[in-house]
Design a protein around this ligand. Sequence first.
Ligand code: BGC
Length: 396
Amino acid sequence: MSFPDGFLWGASTAAHQTEGNNVASDWWAWEHTVPASPARTPSGDACDSYHRYAEDMRLLADAGLNGYRFSIEWARIEPEEGEISRAEIDHYRRMVDTCLSFGLNPVVTLHHFTQPRWFTADGGWLNAKAVDRFARYVDAAAPVIASDVDYVCTINEPNFAALMQTMFSHPDDPGSWGRAGTPLPDPQVAEALTDAHHRAVDQVRALGPKAGWTIATQAYQAVGGADAVLDEYAWPRERYFLDQSRGDDFVGVQAYSRNLIGPDGPLPVPDGARTTLAGLEYWPDALAEGIDLAWRLAGGIPVLVTENGIATADDNLRIDYTADAIRGMQRQIEAGVDVRAYLHWSALDNYEWGRYEPTFGLIAVDRATFRRTPKPSLAWLGNVARSNGATLTRTA
Ligand code: BGC
C-alpha cells in the first residue's frame, strides 16, 4: 500500500484533555459543581501537557510521525469577556513553533468542546452574541495560526458540541442524554455553530491556512428495513454538518464505531459484540464509512482523518484496529477520495470527558508523575508513517 506524497501521519489531542488546570473553562466548572454529572473525576492536572508539550511532540516525531493535531483553549486566551491574554497566545504560538522544529506539521483546532465559563454562563451558543464572541476570539488567536500552519479546524465535532449544550442545560437528568443513541442537537445551537464556523473559515483563510471543521461520523447502519428512520435520525446528528462543509478547504472525519438504527430508533451494541473501554462496538470499518459519507455529502472536498482510534488496555488490539481502519482508508483513496491525513486519536492516554479509564493513547501517562511511556503502537504507527503506509503488519 502506498499513499499520496506528503500524506500526514500523526496523532491528535485536545487542550482540556491534556493540558491540566483549565480552570476558566465551562467543563472545569461542570466537573466541580454538578455531582450528578457523569464527570466523575475532575480533569485536574490532566497530562500536564501545558508544560510538557515539547516532550509529547518529540516522542511523536522520534517515532516517525510527521503531523500533530492539538487545540488551543479559548478559556485561557479570553478568561473573562474581552480580556485577551497575550501570554497565552504566545504560549500557543510556541507550541506551533515547537511542532515545526520537530518536523511535525501542526493541525490547530480552535474549539474542542470547552468554552470560557463566562460564555456558557451567559447562554453559550443560545446567546445572540455567541457568533460575534467566537469571531472575536478567532481574531485574537490570529498570531497563533497566521504563519506556517497549513490546516486549521474551526470547531471540533459540532454535532457533539451541540449535545453538550443539552448536557449543560439538563445537568440533573443524565438519563435524558445517556441512553442508546444521542439526543437531538438543539437546532438553534446547531445553527449558531454553523454560522460561527462559516465566519471562522473566512477569517482563517484570510490569514493563510486552509480551514474546515471536524465531524463525528457515526457509521449509522439500518437494521430491519429502517432506512427511512435512519435518514431522519442521522440528518440532524451528523449529515447536516457534513453538508454544511461544502465549499470549505477540507472536512475532518472522526470515526470510532458504528451505530445500528432499527425501526424504533437507535439500538444498543448487539449482545456478544466485542466492545472497547469506551463501551463502543469494535468496528474499524467505521473509518472507511465515515470517509465515504463525508466525501459524498461535503461535495468532494479534501478529507483529513482528524481522529480515529480505540480505547483499550490491549495495545496489540489497538494496532489491529488501526491497521484495519487504515486499510479501509486506503480503499477509499483507491476509489478516488482525496484523503490527505491520518491523525490518530490519541497521542496520549488522557482525560476522556469525565474519566481517565478509557485509554486511547499511543503513549501511556503515569497519573502521579506524568512520566510518558510510549506503547508499541506508537513505534508501529511511526513505521507506517516512515513507509508512507507500506508497512501495516504488526511485528511483535
Ligand atoms: C472527541 C475526543 C474524544 C474522542 C474519544 C471525540 O468525540 O473529539 O475529544 O476524546 O472522541 O471519545
